[in-house]
Design a protein around this ligand. Sequence first.
Ligand code: KIV
Length: 298
Amino acid sequence: MSIRPHEPAPGTPAPGRLPITELAEMKTRHQPIVMVTAYDAPGGRLADEAGADLILVGDSAAMTVLGHDSTVPATMEEMLILTRAVTRGARRPLVIADMPFGSFQVSDEDAVRNAIRFVKQAGADAVKLEGAGLMLSRVRAIVGAGIPVMGHLGLTPQSATMLGGYKAQGRSAEKALALLSDARALEAAGCFSIVLEAVPAPVARRISEELSIPTIGIGAGVDCDGQVLVWHDLLGLYDGRAARFVKRYAEIGDTIRSALETYAADVRERRFPEEQHTYAMPDEELALFEQAVLQRHE
Ligand code: KIV
C-alpha cells in the first residue's frame, strides 16, 4: 500500500461532533477539557450524556476489561471492536482510539495503515500514540494522512519496563527539560493535544504554558488544559492497586456485587422471576398443550 503524505482527511466529522479546533479555543479560554476513557457503547453514551468532551478508548482496556496485567497485550482487533462500540454510543465527544503496542512502532507505513483502520472500521475521530523520538515520524505520517493524533508523554505504560516501572517521570531538571523538548517536538510534528501522565505538577504547568496545543493531564496537576481518568478507576470498578493520581468518584463495583448477590439469593429462594417477569398464554391453549403432552406419554 502506498501512502500519499498529504491525502485529504479520510473521515468527515459525524453530525453533532465537537469540532477538533474547539479544543485549542478551550485552551485559549482557560476552559478545562474533560476526557474519560470508555470501552463499550453504554460507556460512550454515558460519557456523552455526562458532557465529556473527549473519550479515549485506551489500551488500558487490556487491564480493565480484558484482565491482563499490563497494556502491552492489547491487539488491533480488540481495540477496533472496543472503539467501534464506543463510537456507536457517543455522539458529541470526539472519540480517540489508543494505538496498541506493536501497531505503530515498526514503520510509518504500518502506523498509517492501522490509524486508517481505526477511522474507517471503527469510526474513531483521532488516534493516540505513546512517545516521541522515533515516534515523531509516525505522528507526521499519520497527520499527513489526514488523521488527528494525540501524543502521550511522561509515564507511557507501553514502555514501563524501559522507564523502570510505573513511576512518575520528569522529576529532575534534566528529565523535565527532556519532557518539554519532546512535547514541543510532538506539537511541531502535528499533534492536536498531548496527554501528560505522572509528571510533577509544576513541570506539567510549564509544558502547558509553553505549548499552544492543549495538554491533558493524568497525575500531572490541575494546571493542565484538561484531565483524563480511566473509567474503571473513576467508578470504582477496578480492583488492582490504584495509582496515586486516581480519584474514585463512585464505588460501582460494590453496587454491582451487591445487586448480583441479591439476584443470586432471589434465584436460589425462587423469589425471581415474579409474575410481572413472565408471559401468560390463553387458558384454552394451555389446556390443549397439556392434553397433547399427556397423549404423547400414553
Ligand atoms: O490507555 C489509557 O487509558 C491511557 C490513559 C491513562 C491516558 O492511555
